[in-house]
Design a protein around this ligand. Structure first.
Ligand SMILES: *[C@@H]1O[C@H](CO)[C@@H](O)[C@H](O)[C@H]1NC(C)=O
Ligand SMILES: *[C@@H]1O[C@H](CO)[C@@H](O)[C@H](O)[C@H]1NC(C)=O
Ligand SMILES: *[C@@H]1O[C@H](CO)[C@@H](O)[C@H](O)[C@H]1NC(C)=O
Ligand SMILES: *[C@@H]1O[C@H](CO)[C@@H](O)[C@H](O)[C@H]1NC(C)=O
Ligand SMILES: *[C@@H]1O[C@H](CO)[C@@H](O)[C@H](O)[C@H]1NC(C)=O
Ligand SMILES: *[C@@H]1O[C@H](CO)[C@@H](O)[C@H](O)[C@H]1NC(C)=O
Ligand SMILES: *[C@@H]1O[C@H](CO)[C@@H](O)[C@H](O)[C@H]1NC(C)=O
Ligand SMILES: *[C@@H]1O[C@H](CO)[C@@H](O)[C@H](O)[C@H]1NC(C)=O
Ligand SMILES: *[C@@H]1O[C@H](CO)[C@@H](O)[C@H](O)[C@H]1NC(C)=O
Length: 677
C-alpha cells in the first residue's frame, strides 16, 4: 500500500510536470513554416524609410541646441549604421502659415521677395546630406503666402504663379545650397489640381529637373482614393505622377489604388507618442504597410519632436529634443525600430513577393524580406494590438501568440550558413525594454532555421555584417526654461529665427535694424494673411517660455509704424492649429497712441482701452506684468493700465507672446523675462 501510494503520488507529479512542459508548449508554441524564395521573381522596389521635418515647425528647437548635443542628435537621425539611419528626409516648404505646431518661413514673403537663408530646413537637409550623401530629399508646401493665387486663399487660382513659386524654391535649393530635391509633393492634405500637377511636371522637365519625381497627393485615405481614380481616368495625369503618396493608410490601400499599378508610399504615417506603444506602432506599420498594402516607403511624422511639450502632438517624433537651453534630449524606441529596417537595407533593394518572403505569421505578426541581389535581410515583428496602436486610424482587434516559425530559404540565399541577428522587445506594464540588441547569429541548416517568437518582439536577420546601436554619453540633465532670461538678438545670422520663439502666425526673422543702437532685431516679415493650411490667427504672433508660467513680467523694445502697433501677451494658452482661439492677457499698443487689452488672440474681447504714449517711428520699451489676478502694462516706464480682479475663468498660466496687429514690419529688441513661475 505504502509503495503503491508512493508510486501514485509520484505518477501524479510526473504527469503534471509532463503536462506543464508538453501541454503548454503545444498550446503556446505552434509551429508554421514560411518560404523565402526569389525563384518566382522579386516584388516591388523598396524606396526607403523616412522622417518629416515640418507640418509645422517640428524641428524648431533643434536648431538652437548647443554642440555637441546638436550634432549627436543629427547622428542618431541620419548617420548610416548608427541610429535611425534614415533613407529619406521630407521637409516643409515654408509658407508663412500655421502648419500644425507653428509656422515656417516662406522663401518669398511677397512676389518681389526671394531668399534662401530662412528657417532651419535648408540647414537640416545639409546636415542630413553631410552624414549620408545618398539620403533622398522630398519637399512640399503646407500653407502658401497669401499672394500665391492672388489672395484668393487657393494656390490654384493662378497655376503658373504657384508653379513659379515652387520652382524658385527648387532652384534655390540647387543653386544656393547644392541640394537636389528627389521628390516633390503637391499641397499637404489639401486639394490637388490636375492641371497644376501636369504643368508642374512639364515645368520640371523643361527646367532640367527630370529627376525630381512627383508624389501625389499626400492626402488621407479618401483623398488617396480620389487621386487613384483620377489617375485611372487621365493618362496625362498618370504620366505626370510617379508615386502615389497616402497619409495614415492603416496599412491598406483601395482597389482603385492597386489598379493604378503605381509605386505606393505611406508618405506620412506614425504620428504617435514616442513611448513603447509608439515604437510598437512603427514596428507594425513599417512591415505591414508592405505586407497589406504593397506600400514601399513609410515616412514618419515627425522626424523629431523638437517643440514645446505643451504644443499639440507632444513627443510625436522618432525622438525628443525640446530643451535647447539644457541640451537634454531623449533617443526613444522608434529610433531603434527604424534601425531594424534602415541599417540593413537601402532604397533600390527589392521586397520579396508576398507569399514567398513576406506575409503574416500564423499566430500574429508579420515578416518582410528584402535583397539587393548580394545581401539579404528579414524583418519580423509580433506586435500585439494594444501595444502597437497608432494615433490613427482605428486598429481592429487581433491576437498574437508565442509561436515557432520555421523559415526555409530557397533561391539566391539557399546556401547561407548563418544570419546576424538584431532584437528588440519594447517593455510594457513596467517590464524593461530591450532595443536593437545584437544576438548570436542564427545557424541556417540546409536553408532552414527556426525561431521561437514571443509577442511584442522585433527581429532583424541579415547577411550584412553591419548594424550598430550608436551611443553617445548621456546628455545633460533636463531643466525647465530659465525663469530669468534676456536676449538682444545680436548673435544670430541674419534671416534666421531667434532662439526659443515659435511663430504661430506670420513670420519673425532676425534683421538688421539699420540703427547702431539696436543692431540686429527680430522683425515680423510676413506680408499678408496666408493661403492657410489650418486656422491662422489674423495677427502675427510668436510664443516663448513655459506654458506653466503664471506670474511673469516681460519687457521688450518695439519699433512700429504709426499706422500699426505691437502686441505683448502673457498666459497665452494655446498653440498650433488652436493658436487663433487662444486666450490670455493681450496688450495691444497702437503706433498712434491708442491701446487696448483683450483676453483673446483675435482681439475681440476688449476689457480695457484708452490712450497711451505714441510709439510709432520711435523705439519704446513696453512691459507687461501679470501676477495672480492683476495685470499691468507700461510704455517707457509710464503705466498705461492696471487691471485688478482678472476673472478667474481666464487662463491661470501660459506662454509669453509678441505680435503685431496686422501684417506689417514691426521690430523687436532687448527682451527680458522674469518669471516667478
Ligand atoms: C489678380 O487680381 C487682380 C486684382 O484683383 C486682377 O486684376 C488679376 O486679373 C488677378 N489675376 C488672376 C490670375 O486672377
Ligand atoms: C505591388 O506593386 C508593384 C509596383 O510597385 C506592382 O508591380 C505589383 O503588381 C503590386 N502587387 C500587387 C499585388 O498589387
Ligand atoms: C553584403 O554587403 C557587404 C557590405 O555590407 C559586402 O561587403 C558584402 O560583399 C555583401 N555580401 C555579399 C554576399 O555580396
Ligand atoms: C511582462 O513580462 C512578462 C514576462 O515576459 C509577461 O508575462 C507579461 O505579460 C508582461 N507584461 C505586459 C504588460 O506586457
Ligand atoms: C526546425 O523545426 C523543424 C520542425 O520542428 C525541424 O524539423 C527542423 O529540424 C528544425 N530546423 C532546425 C534548423 O533546427
Ligand atoms: C515648465 O516648468 C515646469 C515646472 O518647473 C517643468 O516641469 C517643465 O519642464 C517646464 N517646461 C519647459 C518647457 O520649460
Ligand atoms: C486694439 O488696439 C490695436 C492697436 O491699436 C488695434 O489695432 C485694434 O484694432 C484695437 N482693437 C479694438 C477692438 O479696438
Ligand atoms: C536708434 O535707436 C535709439 C535708441 O533706441 C534712438 O534713440 C534713436 O532715435 C534711433 N535712431 C533712429 C534714426 O531711429
Ligand atoms: C502668483 O502670484 C500670486 C499673487 O501674488 C500668488 O498668490 C501665487 O502663489 C503666485 N503663484 C506662483 C506659482 O508663484
Amino acid at each position: 500500500m505504502e509503495t503503491l501510494s508512493h508510486f501514485g503520488i509520484h505518477f501524479t507529479i510526473s504527469l503534471c510536470i509532463w503536462c506543464v512542459v508538453v501541454c503548454s508548449a503545444a498550446a503556446l508554441a505552434s509551429g508554421s513554416s514560411y518560404l523565402v524564395d526569389d525563384s518566382g521573381g522579386l516584388g516591388p522596389r523598396f524606396d526607403g524609410i523616412g522622417g518629416i521635418s515640418g507640418g509645422g515647425a517640428t524641428s524648431r528647437l533643434l536648431v538652437s541646441y548647443p554642440d555637441p548635443e546638436r550634432s549627436q542628435i543629427l547622428d542618431y537621425l541620419f548617420s548610416p549604421n548608427f541610429g535611425a539611419a534614415l533613407h529619406i528626409l521630407k521637409v516643409e516648404m515654408g509658407g508663412d502659415a500655421e502648419s500644425g505646431i507653428g509656422t515656417e518661413p516662406s522663401h518669398m514673403h511677397s512676389p518681389d521677395d526671394e531668399n534662401y537663408q530662412r528657417g532651419y530646413e535648408w540647414w537640416l537637409m545639409k546636415e542630413a546630406k553631410k552624414r549620408n550623401p545618398n539620403i533622398k530629399l522630398y519637399a512640399l508646401p503646407w500653407g502658401w503666402p497669401g499672394w500665391v493665387g492672388n489672395y484668393t486663399n487657393s494656390p490654384y487660382t493662378d497655376i503658373k504663379q504657384a508653379i513659379g513659386y515652387v520652382m524658385k524654391w527648387l532652384q534655390g535649393a540647387k543653386t544656393v545650397h547644392g541640394l537636389t530635391i528627389d521628390y516633390l509633393g503637391i499641397w499637404n492634405e489639401r486639394a490637388y489640381n490636375k492641371d497644376y500637377i501636369k504643368q508642374l511636371r512639364q515645368t520640371l522637365d523643361s527646367s532640367g529637373m527630370m529627376g525630381t519625381q512627383i508624389v501625389a497627393a499626400d492626402g488621407g485615405a479618401y483623398g488617396g482614393q480620389a487621386i487613384s481614380k483620377d489617375i485611372l481616368d487621365d493618362k496625362d495625369l498618370a504620366k505626370a505622377v510617379e508615386i502615389l503618396g497616402f497619409h495614415y493608410p492603416g496599412t491598406y490601400v483601395t482597389k482603385y489604388t492597386t489598379e493604378t499599378r503605381k509605386t505606393l508610399w505611406s508618405s506620412e504615417d506614425y504620428s504617435t507618442k514616442n513611448d513603447n506603444i509608439g515604437a510598437g506602432c512603427l514596428a507594425r506599420i513599417l512591415n505591414r504597410n508592405y505586407v497589406n498594402g504593397n506600400i514601399t516607403s513609410t515616412i514618419s511624422w515627425n522626424l523629431i519632436a523638437s517643440y514645446y511639450g505643451s504644443l499639440p502632438y507632444d513627443r510625436c517624433g522618432l525622438m525628443t529634443a525640446r530643451e535647447p537651453w539644457s541640451g537634454n534630449y531623449a533617443v526613444e524606441g522608434p529610433i531603434w525600430v527604424t534601425a531594424h529596417t534602415t541599417q540593413f537595407t537601402l532604397p533600390g533593394w527589392k521586397y520579396y513577393l508576398r507569399g514567398s518572403g513576406a506575409g503574416h505569421l500564423d499566430q500574429g505578426g508579420s515578416y518582410v524580406s528584402l535583397t539587393d541581389g548580394k545581401n539579404f535581410t528579414i524583418i519580423i515583428e509580433t506586435m500585439t494590438r494594444d501595444h502597437s496602436k497608432c494615433i490613427r486610424p482605428f486598429l481592429p482587434p487581433y491576437t498574437v501568440k508565442t509561436q515557432t516559425a520555421s523559415f526555409t530559404l530557397k533561391g539566391m540565399f539557399a546556401s547561407v550558413k548563418s544570419l546576424n541577428v538584431f532584437y528588440s522587445k519594447p517593455g510594457y506594464g513596467g517590464n524593461s525594454s530591450v532595443y536593437f540588441m545584437k544576438k548570436s547569429p542564427v545557424q541556417v541548416v540546409n536553408g532552414q532555421f527556426n525561431l521561437t517568437l514571443d509577442p511584442d518582439e522585433i527581429y532583424t536577420l541579415t547577411t550584412q555584417a553591419v548594424g550598430m546601436k550608436g551611443k553617445y554619453p548621456d546628455p545633460p540633465q533636463t531643466k525647465p526654461f530659465p525663469t530669468m532670461y534676456t536676449d538682444n538678438f545680436d548673435e544670430y545670422p541674419i534671416y534666421s529665427e531667434a532662439s526659443y520663439f515659435t511663430d504661430q502666425a506670420g513670420c519673425f526673422e532676425i534683421r538688421d535694424s539699420g540703427n547702431i543702437s539696436h543692431n540686429l532685431v527680430m522683425q515680423q516679415v510676413a506680408t499678408s494673411f496666408p493661403v492657410n493650411w489650418c486656422i491662422d490667427a489674423h495677427h502675427p504672433i510668436s510664443v516663448i517660455g513655459n506654458h506653466t508660467w503664471r506670474n511673469v513680467s516681460f519687457s521688450i523694445d518695439v519699433h512700429v509704424l504709426p499706422s500699426s502697433g505691437a502686441i505683448l501677451a502673457l498666459r497665452v494658452n494655446a498653440g498650433g492649429c488652436g493658436a487663433a482661439g487662444s486666450e490670455g492677457i493681450y496688450f495691444w499698443l497702437g503706433g498712434s497712441g491708442k491701446y487696448n487689452v483683450t483676453t483673446d488672440m483675435e482681439g475681440r474681447d476688449v476689457v480695457k482701452s484708452g490712450t497711451a504714449p505714441m510709439i510709432g517711428h520711435t523705439w519704446s520699451t513696453v512691459q507687461l506684468t501679470v501676477i495672480g489676478r492683476e495685470a499691468k502694462g507700461s510704455v517707457n516706464g509710464v503705466e498705461v493700465f492696471d487691471w485688478v480682479n482678472i476673472p478667474t475663468v481666464l487662463p491661470h498660466h501660459g506662454w509669453i507672446a509678441i505680435g503685431t496687429p496686422d501684417y506689417s514690419a514691426a521690430q523687436f529688441d532687448n527682451y527680458a523675462i522674469h518669471s516667478a513661475s
